[in-house]
Design a protein around this ligand. Structure first.
Ligand SMILES: *[C@@H]1O[C@H](CO)[C@@H](O)[C@H](O)[C@H]1NC(C)=O
Ligand SMILES: *[C@@H]1O[C@H](CO)[C@@H](O)[C@H](O)[C@H]1NC(C)=O
Ligand SMILES: *[C@@H]1O[C@H](CO)[C@@H](O)[C@H](O)[C@H]1NC(C)=O
Length: 165
């Protein structure tokens, strides 16, 4: 069986500025700086952010399971502002999923705001259908909110920021 979960996050930053982060390795810097205890720490194993780049995410201490996932960037479309990463080892694959893909799409809303649409697509054997209850968009939504806060509260201003993380 396969399925997906998706969430939209509205951020007060232009699609262009949000894509500058999501479409490049800057998103990893944001994760490693602000979210190591939430998402984990990400290391680039190979590549520069383009298709084929390999990442290793070490989950925060205490996360159930194998504690890491290796991911490959499988799509970076600068015109449609779509990026996809697929787990190739560890993570949900270690729990029995056959495929686990995260897609980020940045949609222009108006001159000042955009929508980050985060989608998780998965495939799993029917026998393990109960595991699909583990799939949710909580972490990718936190990432989207953090990128939005980074762009509105930190990036434009050199003064101390009220950023909560
Ligand atoms: C990926 O991260 C895990 C957990 O930190 C580590 O055990 C593993 O050796 C790393 N894999 C690579 C290829 O660096
Ligand atoms: C753009 O969209 C945001 C979020 O919905 C809204 O708060 C803002 O007023 C809109 N701006 C314009 C110029 O329409
Ligand atoms: C799913 O079912 C298997 C086998 O019945 C069980 O061992 C496992 O704990 C269940 N997992 C979840 C997340 O419900």
């Amino acid at each position: 069986m396969h399925g997906l979960v998706a969430a939209n996050t509205v951020v007060a930053a232009t699609a262009c500025s949000v894509w500058d982060i999501y479409g490049s390795l800057q998103v990893l810097t944001i994760i490693n700086t602000y979210l190591p205890n939430v998402l984990g720490t990400v290391k680039v194993l190979e590549g520069d952010g383009h298709v084929g780049t390999l990442l290793n995410v070490t989950f925060p201490p205490g996360t159930p399971g194998v504690g890491y996932m290796k991911e490959k960037i499988t799509k970076v479309d600068n015109e449609k502002r779509v990026k996809e990463t697929e787990t190739i080892e560890g993570g949900f694959l270690a729990s029995g999923f056959k495929r686990y893909i995260t897609q980020y799409k940045v949609i222009e809303k108006n001159y000042t705001s955009s929508i980050i649409r985060s989608t998780i697509k998965y495939e799993i054997d029917d026998k393990l259908a109960n595991l699909t209850s583990l799939v949710n968009t909580n972490l990718v939504e936190i990432l989207a909110e953090t990128v939005g806060k980074y762009l509105t509260e930190i990036a434009p201003s050199p003064s101390p920021s009220p950023f909560p993380y």
